[in-house]
Design a binder for this molecule. Structure first.
Ligand SMILES: *Cc1c(COP(=O)(O)O)cnc(C)c1O
Length: 356
């Protein structure tokens, strides 16, 4: 028996691996478990990718200039305020590495995106999970100064709830804490407001975005950070030299250029979401007021885990999320259901009704 464990850093041996949602091979599954877009990306993306295949023997542009030019126009910031990455998960990794040293602290709300925990653990850092209030707002302890606190992750809209924290509250948080605040806007295109304007008010506020959800490009891997130019300069030193490739840069640039396609898909998804919420409520679920492309459905009268299993047996995959364990005490569990097409949601609701 070889014992390879002794060669690894103890943090890595001890940590639980991050578990992404299932990606079933079968094409027949109605997939409502990882908040992908049910609609394909702009046809311009495919065209641009095909164009990029003509120069694969060359390294890509290390700082994805073509993307940053287009994105800066869309967002109303300068190209030097944008840092691109291999999905926004890569950006979150860069931020953790840049700001939080071994033994230092990262703060996040609970329940929220599980990956933040994993990033802290890999870094050998501590993470402080602070419970949301019952209606998914920040509690007073979230604003408390704390020794060794080096970074805050605030998903907005939050996953799994889809709820949002308003901008005066984010500014108040930044003014109270002596560390950068990362607003993770993975789902913001489905929401009413975005936080880009806050960067000019407080340069410690940074915003992460992804093309995985609203742009329908989860398979491409492209995300970015918007921040103060000086911050971007430092963070470029931390990233891998070529953290976005020629294919993803070409595809992401084309997607960003087609804002009409984005708006059209977002409008369809928001309309389906608004139809879906009252119908889930009629079936007896508690549903939060989501501003994302998923809804968080919980129950007090019945267990939801068996519902997840029965849906799965009938070819409908939703995400069962169990937040009964956590350093901040038990929260509960629920079903996080991505907003699919109208037909997919109708099918899901029909099966759900039959198994209740
Ligand atoms: C999906 C998601 C991301 C990651 O997106 P990628 O760009 O695909 O890595 C980041 N944050 C939250 C809250 C997400 O739900």
């Amino acid at each position: 028996m070889t014992d390879l464990q002794k060669y690894l850093r103890p943090e890595i041996v001890d940590m639980a691996p991050y578990k992404p949602g299932e990606q079933p091979g079968a094409a027949k599954v109605i997939k409502l478990n990882t908040n992908e877009n049910p609609y394909p990306p702009s046809p311009k993306v495919r065209e641009a990718i095909l164009g990029a295949t003509g120069r694969l023997e060359r390294y890509p542009d290390p700082i994805a200039t073509s993307f940053r030019m287009v994105a800066s126009d869309v967002l109303g910031v300068t190209p030097d305020q944008i840092l691109c990455g291999n999905g926004s998960d890569d950006i979150l990794t860069i931020l953790t590495r840049a700001f939080v040293g071994t033994g230092q602290k990262l703060r996040l709300p609970f329940p929220s995106y599980i990956l933040y925990r994993t990033l802290a653990q890999i870094q050998g850092a501590c993470y402080e999970e602070i419970r949301f209030t019952e209606d998914f707002q920040l509690s007073e302890s979230f604003f408390e100064k704390s020794k060794e606190l080096k970074l805050v992750f605030l998903p907005n809209p939050n996953s799994p709830s889809g709820t949002v924290i308003d901008h005066p509250t984010i500014l108040r948080l930044a003014s109270r804490l002596d560390c950068p605040i990362v607003v993770d806007e993975a789902y913001v295109d489905f929401a009413q407001e975005n936080a880009i304007g806050l960067i000019a008010k407080d340069p410690r506020i940074m915003v992460t975005r992804t093309l995985s959800k609203s742009y329908g490009l989860a398979g491409l891997r492209f995300g970015y950070l918007v921040a103060h130019e000086q911050m971007i300069g430092y963070l470029r030193k931390v990233k891998d030299s070529y953290n976005t490739d020629s294919i993803s840069i070409a595809g992401a640039t084309a997607a960003m250029s087609d804002q009409a396609w984005l708006k059209d898909n977002v409008a369809k998804i928001v309309a389906t979401r608004q139809r879906m919420i009252p119908r889930l409520k009629q079936l007896g679920f508690n549903v939060t007021a989501s501003q994302a492309n998923f809804v968080w459905a919980t129950r007090s009268d019945q267990e939801v885990q068996p519902m997840y299993q029965k849906l799965k047996a009938q070819g409908i995959l939703v995400r069962y999320m169990d937040y009964t364990q956590g350093t901040a005490g038990p929260w509960g569990d629920g079903l996080r259901i991505s907003v699919g097409t109208d037909a997919e949601i109708d099918a899901m609701l029909m099966v759900l009704e039959s198994i209740l």
